[in-house]
Design a protein around this ligand. Structure first.
Ligand SMILES: Cc1cc2nc3c(=O)[nH]c(=O)nc-3n(C[C@H](O)[C@H](O)[C@H](O)COP(=O)(O)OP(=O)(O)OC[C@H]3O[C@@H](n4cnc5c(N)ncnc54)[C@H](O)[C@@H]3O)c2cc1C
Length: 222
């Protein structure tokens, strides 16, 4: 695998975080290199997700982001070869204690303009999922919530990055962030170094966490 020696934006990880970042940066005209240790996209968290695009049950500040995410996924699904279904989302309630919490969440949703979010009793919940079993008393229901195929959706964003001119490097591990003068200046990899002014680490749960500032020591990636 030959890597470019420089790029405007170096992205580590071809999960959904890195893939979407690479696609967006490349679409805006940046030279981008997307690097992943695996032989293809979505081999870690993004390939194991359930694909739920949940809007309801969120803090008020999150609603605009969640709604924009669904809009972007809808647009992507029209362009890409993956399935997206707007089938709604049910949050089952099994105790009385949950009722005030869910009422608060429904109020938050209504304040954000999601007036379709509502509380259902057990009978109406069964109308939506007739096979539902267990001692539930009702549910919080949002008809606008969706689901998509996470592995294919992530692969779509990698392809979109490639189409926009990004260099995709699978099977290459980033071993170190390079730094000089207190700034990150690139990455070292199993295929050699890449220099660049912006490094986005989308390495998922493998991202090493350190208590000190970036400039104080070199960073190794296990
Ligand atoms: C079982 C399960 C169900 C889930 N269900 C949902 C859901 O329904 N809805 C939802 O929104 N979220 C869900 N999630 C969470 C969601 O999957 C993650 O939040 C998301 O996929 C994280 O994406 P990411 O790109 O940050 O990380 P990842 O997809 O994990 O990508 C990180 C990438 O970095 C690469 N990498 C790591 N270290 C290096 C290195 N040193 N050099 C090069 N590459 C490196 C890895 O190979 C990997 O490809 C679920 C997660 C799991 C596990």
């Amino acid at each position: 695998m030959t890597l470019p020696s420089t790029a405007d934006v170096i992205v580590v990880g071809s999960g959904i975080t890195g893939a979407a970042t690479a696609a967006a940066a490349a679409a805006r005209g940046a030279s981008v290199v997307l690097i992943d240790k695996e032989e293809g996209p979505a081999r870690e968290g993004s390939g194991r997700a359930q694909g739920s695009l949940r809007v309801q049950g969120r803090h008020g500040a999150e609603f605009p982001l969640a709604q924009e995410a669904v809009r972007l996924w809808t647009e992507a699904a029209e362009d890409g070869d993956f399935e997206m279904v707007t089938g709604g989302n049910l949050y089952f309630r099994t105790t009385d204690e949950e009722l005030p919490v869910l009422r608060h969440l429904v109020d938050e949703a209504h304040r954000a303009g999601l007036t379709d979010v509502e509380l259902l009793d057990a009978e109406r919940t069964r109308e939506i999922i007739p096979c539902a079993t267990g001692p539930f008393q009702g549910a919080m229901w949002s008809p606008v919530d969706a689901a998509c195929q996470p592995e294919k959706g992530t692969a779509y964003y990698v392809e979109r990055a490639r189409r926009a001119g990004a260099h995709i490097a699978h099977g290459v591990k980033v071993t170190r962030l390079l730094e000089a003068g207190g700034r990150i200046t690139g990455v070292d990899t199993t295929a050699g170094p890449v220099q660049g002014p912006a490094v986005v680490v989308g390495a998922g749960v493998w991202t090493p966490i350190s208590p000190g500032p970036w400039a104080s020591r070199s960073r190794s990636c296990r």
